[in-house]
Design a protein. Structure first.
Length: 350
């Protein structure tokens, strides 16, 4: 009997030890953190020290971006600047962020689910958030901010048909829109929305100003060669809508202007400025009499106004710091006559 009793106690002891071993494999050690406390979504750093954060579907705004850690715990993470976009379901808030650094460089990165993270916040000078269908947002950056909520506003657009006084479409022309009055207040504690826009007409004379905050706008196009400026005021923009608007540009009678034009294969020194003007060269008749060059597609044109038959002789000269510099580069002279626009290919004296 004693032998059987000892054997029974031994078998019970082995069973208890085996049960404990199995339980230890199923339970985490006391020091392990629950999985729910880990990072909610992965973070990848894009080129140029920008981070894109992905998220689960339709999270709350406070859950979309990971909270920035305390500097005492994670100094590198604490330097991030996080933008949480609101105003629409997160899956609609995906676009491009442009970051301007204090050294003057610009960087772009895509973002999704209404969350964008810029690293090294101490080097950030400004951020623009662009989401299709919404007004461009410029958040205000505070010195100690690590997380900024950005209320995005749905935008509208204006489609412009540009023609001259004869009804001919004017392609490759810059048109602009300036916000006269917005129905959505900007300039609040979070930042503001971009109120101006530019676009260039296509071959049919059509251009679309996009991402416009709802409100009223002034539209226009600058004077270009023989075409005068045109302007329209008080054009209404509604969220999610396209406003159609025509602009007709007066053209001078042929006897009131003259000039020359030539073709360039590449932009080179004749690069187009924001309003279609060439920024690096002018046609100089005298030190105090210069005429602007304009770029329309592959053509460079110079148009001067005057009396029929009037002649002007000058050169193409380089511009440096806004001043004509024939000592830097100049063409052979050319004479223009008011009442004619001729083809001319410049040759260079230096």
């Amino acid at each position: 009997m004693p032998t059987n009793r000892i054997l029974l106690h031994s078998l019970l002891s082995l069973a208890i030890v085996a049960l404990c071993l199995v339980r230890s494999q199923l339970e985490p050690p006391p020091s392990a953190e629950p999985l729910a406390n880990g990072p909610p979504f992965p973070t990848t750093v894009a080129a140029g020290a920008l981070a894109t954060v992905g998220a689960r579907s339709e999270p709350a705004a406070s859950e979309r971006c990971p909270a920035t850690a305390s500097p005492a715990l994670e100094p590198a993470v604490a330097e991030d600047l996080t933008f949480v976009l609101t105003g629409a379901p997160p899956h609609e808030l995906r676009g491009i962020a442009t970051v301007r650094r204090k050294d003057g460089t610009l960087q772009e990165a895509s973002f999704t689910d209404g969350c964008f993270v810029a690293v090294a916040r101490g080097t950030v000078d400004g951020v623009a958030l662009r989401v299709p269908g919404f007004a461009i947002a410029w958040p205000k950056l505070g010195p100690n901010q690590q997380r900024i909520a950005v209320p995005m506003q749905r935008a509208g657009s204006i489609q412009i048909q540009l023609t001259d006084s004869s009804g001919e479409p004017l392609g490759d022309r810059c048109v602009w829109g300036i916000c006269q009055h917005s129905e959505v207040s900007g300039g609040s504690s979070w930042g503001n929305y971009q109120g101006n826009a530019r676009a260039v007409t296509d071959a049919t004379g059509v251009a679309t100003l996009q991402g416009l905050l709802p409100g009223r706008y002034n539209l226009g196009t600058a004077s270009l060669g023989e075409w005068d400026a045109a302007r329209a005021e008080g054009i209404t923009v509604l969220a999610g809508c396209v406003t159609m608007q025509s602009l007709q540009v007066p053209v001078l009678p042929p006897e009131q202007f003259g000039g020359f034009e030539f073709t360039v294969a590449e932009a080179g020194p004749f690069a187009r400025g924001s309003l279609g003007d060439v920024t690096d060269f002018v046609f100089a008749v005298a030190p105090d009499a210069i005429h602007t060059l304009h770029r329309c597609g592959t053509r460079v044109r110079c148009i001067a106004r005057g009396r029929l038959g009037q002649q002007m002789t000058g050169r193409l000269v380089a511009l440096a710091d806004g001043q004509p510099r024939p000592d830097v580069r100049r063409s052979a002279p050319v004479t223009i006559t008011i009442g004619a626009v001729v083809s001319w290919q410049p040759t260079w004296e230096r």
